[in-house]
Design a protein. Structure first.
Length: 95
C-alpha cells in the first residue's frame, strides 16, 4: 500500500488543486450572493496550499511517477511556483 501512495506523492500539488477546485465549485453553487467571498478566500488558500506542497516536495533530481507518465523535476516545480504567484497577484488585484 505504501508503494501505491508513493507513486502519487509527486503529483500531490495537482491532486490538491483538483480536489479544491471541485470543492470550491460546489460551495460556490450552494451559497447565496452575499457569501461569494468564500470562494475567493478558498481560491487563495488553494494557491497557498499548492505552493506549500510544491515547496515541500521540491526535488533537485528527476522523479518519475505513475509508471513514467508523471515527471517531477526542479524545472517543473519552479515553473509551478512561478505560476502560483502571478495568479494570486491577479486575484488580489482584481478585488
Amino acid at each position: 500500500m505504501s508503494d501505491f501512495l508513493t507513486q502519487f506523492a509527486p503529483a500531490l500539488p495537482e491532486i490538491f488543486v483538483l480536489a479544491m477546485v471541485s470543492l470550491i465549485l460546489v460551495i460556490d453553487a450552494a451559497v447565496d450572493d452575499s457569501k461569494r467571498y468564500i470562494a475567493y478566500v478558498l481560491s487563495l488558500a488553494t494557491l497557498a496550499g499548492a505552493a506549500f506542497l510544491t515547496l515541500r516536495d521540491f526535488f533537485i533530481f528527476l522523479v518519475l511517477a505513475l509508471g513514467g507518465l508523471f515527471i517531477d523535476d526542479s524545472l517543473s516545480d519552479g515553473l509551478k511556483l512561478f505560476l502560483y504567484l502571478p495568479v494570486a497577484a491577479v486575484m488580489l488585484y482584481s478585488r
